[in-house]
Design a protein around this ligand. Structure first.
Ligand SMILES: *Cc1c(COP(=O)(O)O)cnc(C)c1O
Length: 394
């Protein structure tokens, strides 16, 4: 008999009743060190007082009005995002995949209105992840996500990650309108696009008049030590997808864009019942006030250096289990020699939560507020987990 919850997930056999900072407390009282943060969502940890206050204050006042009226918290959050980024304008969604939907629509509409209606194709890369909506799975294009769900939304050109020749050829096509890329692939196994390649993508887009779309749903909002990951490269996109960390655990996403890229999105061309609602935007404003502070980001970078250095040591002491460390900031991946899911499971036994990714990687995406002491404890627990996996390998 089918379970009452549609069985699309393989869940670990435990549940949590409370969260405190970097800790999740299970039903039986076990305290787990949370290096998954709800898959890069709880950027400020669990039950951050400023976020709890923002949400509960707003909940007392007003939950929902619809986008038929002005929403001051939405306006304030848009102003903040515009002030801190390349963008001139923002649309609010409730999730990453909704941001993908709009990014695709926006790019196509831009060229439609510019008198180039044949430019509808979007270049994407292997290993990418853009969510589970019809546009999201068609964009990523992997068998795992698309098989059985056809006919897929047309208009995506899938290239191998790192195949420069194929990219140069595809970008010259008169039917291509945009390039969509995660500056650091998340689900694909924490694969950063090197800065010079992001610059190359910008140059290529400019040379052919294409729009450059970054999916910063996972790597954005302070995760890599800059407010947005692409800032490390010195170039900017035309459109950017945001979600996960921006809501700190409340469902909130956004599409940011330049005025030029967004030019086709006039009144009536897009909408969302809940997108940009007072509750989500109250939390988003509180998240931005904390994370956009340069002093906060400096701390993220310091702690990222500490964690990375300790992870290099962990890899060195378990050469049969781990192959190396990769990633940026507090978006780190341990490339495994043993099976990644075995290490994640062994971590559960040591009361530490990590997240598997493709390419046999385990992801470490701790709250950006993780302390030095918690980093030390995380390494001890990962060390113990690796030892049990190594024991089984022997
Ligand atoms: C998680 C993720 C998405 C999808 O976000 P949802 O909120 O699950 O729809 C899209 N792109 C990237 C890079 C992601 O990591």
């Amino acid at each position: 008999m089918i379970p009452s919850v549609l069985p699309t997930y393989n869940r670990a056999p435990f549940a949590f009743q409370k969260g405190e900072g970097t800790w999740l407390i299970a039903d039986d009282g076990r305290r787990f060190l949370d290096l998954g943060a709800g898959i890069a969502v709880n950027a400020l940890g669990h039950a951050h007082p400023a976020l709890v206050a923002a949400l509960t204050d707003q909940a007392q006042a007003l939950w929902h009005t619809s986008n038929l009226y002005q929403i001051p918290a939405q306006q304030a959050l848009a102003d903040k995002l515009v002030a801190h980024t390349f963008a001139d304008t923002a649309f609010f969604t409730n999730s990453g995949t909704e941001s993908c939907e709009l990014a695709v629509k926006m790019a196509r509409k831009h060229f439609h209105d510019a008198g180039q209606p044949d430019r509808t194709d979007i270049i994407t890369f292997s290993g990418s992840f853009h969510g589970r909506s019809s546009a999201g799975i068609a964009a990523a294009g992997s068998d795992k996500m698309t098989k059985g769900f056809g006919p897929l939304l047309p208009g995506f050109v899938h290239l191998d990650f790192g195949d420069h020749d194929a990219l140069t050829a595809a970008a010259a096509s008169p039917t291509v309108c945009a390039i969509l890329v995660e500056p650091v692939q998340g689900e694909g196994g924490i694969r950063p696009v090197p800065d010079q390649c992001l610059k190359g993508l910008r140059d290529l887009a400019d040379a052919h008049g294409l729009l450059l779309i970054f999916d910063e749903v996972q790597c954005g909002v302070g995760r890599t030590g800059k407010l947005f990951a692409h800032e490390w490269s010195g170039i900017t996109p035309d459109i950017m997808m945001v979600a996960k960390g921006i809501g700190g655990g409340f469902p909130l996403g956004a599409v940011l864009a330049t005025e030029r890229a967004a030019s086709g999105m006039t009144a009536g061309t897009h909408g969302s019942t809940y997108g940009g609602n007072p509750l989500g935007c109250a939390v988003g404003n509180a998240v931005m006030d904390i994370i956009a502070d340069p002093a906060f980001l400096a701390e993220v970078n310091r702690k990222a250096g500490l964690l990375r250095q300790k992870l290099e040591g962990l890899v060195a002491s378990h050469p049969d289990v781990f192959e190396g460390v990769r990633g940026a900031g507090l978006m780190l991946g341990l490339k495994c020699k043993a099976t990644n899911t075995d290490i994640v499971q062994a971590g559960y036994a040591q009361d530490i939560l990590t997240v598997p990714a493709a390419d046999n990687v385990i992801r470490l995406l701790p709250p950006l507020t993780i302390t030095d002491d918690e980093i030390a404890q995380a390494i001890d627990r990962l060390d113990a987990a690796a030892a049990t996996v190594a024991h089984h390998l022997a």
